[in-house]
Design a protein around this ligand. Structure first.
Ligand code: UFG
Length: 340
């Protein structure tokens, strides 16, 4: 069975291609390479001994999206949609671009799925839809709060659109609400490739340890948490990738209970920024240069997932611990530095 992976050369997309191929699926990647590299296709082949098909396309363009479906629409059982702009800060200054791109891709893809009778859709969603939680761990039934960025808003709108579209068509969908994906494939052949100065914690840590950045700034030390720093549910990207395989299979095997389902994809454990730094220093033996800085605007204090629903319904559970996440991120950084 063949699956179309939009944004398949990106961080989560590439790891998902590997896990899908390992599970016996064929993969077609459609990616415009705006935030990724074509050589990722070679790396996926190196890991799996199977080359995914690759189509360079900007799916927010109606004609380009149509061409992708002309090429593979009759052969695919489903689509996993990773193609999107993803920088929270950038979305504040470029809201129109974010709405046009992220929602344009979604509509174009779903429209073509309908035309070609492709039924199964997995959407890359985010725990950002919950905002600051009222209680923890957070369940899928917790209220979705007002978005604090256009990026987060596109994730919320996408979920709402999928609700109406799945009710009115034969399309079934699963929205996976990711917590904080970090780490890299154990081969260190694929990983995160941040453009410019990283916004996210792990790439900033690894680049600081590699000497690319002078110092990590830990945003805030006066939060109401045990050590004063923010808490997140960090999840290994390979565990996250596997959740997509399970979600796609669930729909193919008609095990889904609703036309649109939501699942939290996290580990169920929260770690503070300082705990992540400690894990990194312990597993890698590197001493990290860091200091406290002011709080970062828009950061929520703490969030971690209730993963009961994913365990019970999907039969999926994260396996990797925090040390394997920080170590694999470091091995990937070292590999990137070797190539320079
Ligand atoms: N942090 C630092 N210093 C840095 C970078 C981050 O202290 O240089 C801290 C942040 O303040 C936060 C934690 O590390 O406490 C995690 O920050 P990230 O930027 O890595 O992740 P976020 O939780 O802010 O954002 C991530 C994704 C978003 C997604 C969001 C959902 O990047 O795409 O989770 O909550 F929307």
């Amino acid at each position: 069975m063949k699956v179309l992976i939009t944004g398949g050369c990106g961080f989560i997309g590439s790891h998902t291609c590997v896990e899908l191929q390992n599970a016996g699926f064929d993969v077609v990647i459609a990616d415009d390479l705006s935030n990724s590299k074509a050589e990722v296709v070679d790396r996926i082949e190196q890991i799996t001994n199977k080359r995914p098909e690759f189509i360079k396309a900007n799916l927010s363009d109606k004609e380009e999206c149509k061409k992708v479906f002309e090429a593979c629409g009759k052969d695919i059982v489903g689509v996993i949609n990773f193609a999107a702009f993803k920088a929270v800060g950038e979305s504040m200054t470029k809201p129109i671009e974010y709405y046009k791109n992220n929602l344009g891709i979604l509509l174009n893809v779903l429209d073509n799925m309908r035309q070609y009778g492709v039924s199964y859709f997995v959407q890359s969603s985010s725990c950002t839809v919950y905002g600051e939680p009222d209680s923890l761990p957070i369940k899928e039934t917790s209220p979705v709060k007002d978005a604090t960025s256009p990026y987060g808003h596109t994730k919320q709108i996408a979920e709402q659109m999928l609700g109406f579209i799945t009710s009115a068509s034969d399309i079934k969908a699963i929205a996976l609400r990711y917590f904080n994906p970090i780490g890299a494939h154990e081969s260190a052949l694929i990983g995160e490739l941040p453009n410019g100065v990283p916004n996210n914690l792990l790439p900033f840590i690894t680049q600081t340890a590699a000497g690319i950045r002078k110092e990590l700034r830990v945003f805030g030390n006066d939060y109401p948490t045990p050590d004063g720093t923010c808490i997140r549910d960090y999840i290994h990207v390979v565990d996250l990738a596997k959740a997509h395989v399970v979600a796609m299979k669930r729909m193919i095997e008609h095990k889904n209970k609703k036309d649109l389902e939501f699942f939290n994809i996290g580990t169920g454990h929260g770690y503070s920024v300082l705990q992540i730094i400690n894990s990194f220093e312990k597993t890698t033996g590197e001493k990290l240069n860091w200091s406290f800085a002011d709080r970062r605007a828009g950061d929520i204090i703490q969030i971690w997932a209730d993963t009961t629903f994913a365990k019970e319904e999907l039969g999926w559970q994260a396996k990797e611990d925090i040390d394997s996440m920080t170590l694999s991120a470091w091995k990937w950084q070292q590999r990137l530095d070797e190539k320079k």
